[in-house]
Write a protein that binds this ligand. Structure first.
Ligand SMILES: Nc1ncnc2c1ncn2[C@@H]1O[C@H](COP(=O)(O)OP(=O)(O)OP(=O)(O)O)[C@@H](O)[C@H]1O
Length: 238
């Protein structure tokens, strides 16, 4: 079954085309990676697919819905963790989860979720007092509080230390085990290689390569996904 079907997606801002005819298919239950250089259009693609931004052209079905015309229904069925997601400094972990849960018609039990993601001991901690790793755990729990079928994670592990990154990888795999489809925007090729079933590499608003990590390594005639990324994008070589 297909979670996302995107055909010829286009979006431009005043500065020009951010997304220039992107076609992608994400299957249900997979971890699908979106990689590419800064400014390639990755976040814009996620924003259009999650109903947070209006597209200029192309067709888009997410869980069988149009993110524009069926936005309300879609937002009940997806979870979104965006880049630089922030909460008020003073909000407590349990307050944030309760507040997010109240936005959904069929939320998960937020207390249970807090336990599952190891946040119970931190329940009375303010957002500002949490380290980066704990903030990320909270963002994941918040993205899951609506019982989503599909989650969008945008640069979730940026700024984390190596051990917090590995912990977060485990949490992302756990989502897949629970049957949740994951769309993961990442700059880290080791992360994409370790986690993703399939990856699209975006450059200048277009898909320049797509496939499993193994297929991309073959396409890039490389030994690792990172080398394949440099070969396919033509970047990173001084
Ligand atoms: N709200 C906006 N207004 C104008 N231009 C924008 C806006 N958001 C993004 N852009 C531009 O659109 C292009 C794509 O940006 P986008 O954030 O989607 O890229 P990205 O691949 O997510 O980048 P990064 O890896 O740096 O996060 C960039 O040139 C960016 O400057």
């Amino acid at each position: 079954m297909t979670a996302i079907e995107m055909d010829g997606l286009r979006k431009s801002y005043k500065g020009g085309n951010a997304v220039d005819g992107v076609s992608l298919k994400v299957e249900r239950g997979e971890i699908f990676g979106i990689a590419g250089p800064n400014g390639a259009g990755k976040t814009t693609i996620v924003e259009c697919a999650s109903g947070l931004r209006r597209r200029d052209g192309g067709t888009l079905r997410v869980l069988g819905l149009d993110p524009q015309s069926d936005r309300r229904e879609l937002l009940q069925r997806i979870g979104v963790q965006l880049q630089e997601a922030a909460l008020p400094d003073a909000i407590k972990v349990d307050e944030a989860l309760r507040m997010y849960a109240s936005l959904y018609t069929k939320p998960a039990d937020w207390r249970e979720l807090m336990g599952e993601w190891g946040l119970t001991d931190k329940r009375r901690a303010s957002f500002a007092s949490l380290s980066g790793g704990w903030k990320q755990r909270l963002f994941i729990a918040l993205a899951l509080v609506g019982n989503p079928e599909l989650v969008f994670l945008d640069e979730l592990t940026t700024g984390l230390d190596p051990s917090a990154r590995r912990t977060t990888w485990g949490l992302i795999r756990e989502m897949r085990e629970r049957g949740i489809t994951v769309v993961l925007v990442t700059h880290f090729m080791d992360e994409a290689e370790a986690l993703c079933d399939r990856i699209a590499i975006i450059d200048r608003g277009r898909v320049i390569a797509e496939g499993s990590p193994r297929e991309l390594i073959t396409q890039g005639r490389s030994d690792s996904l990172e080398d394949a990324y440099f070969a396919l994008t033509g970047r990173g070589t001084a």
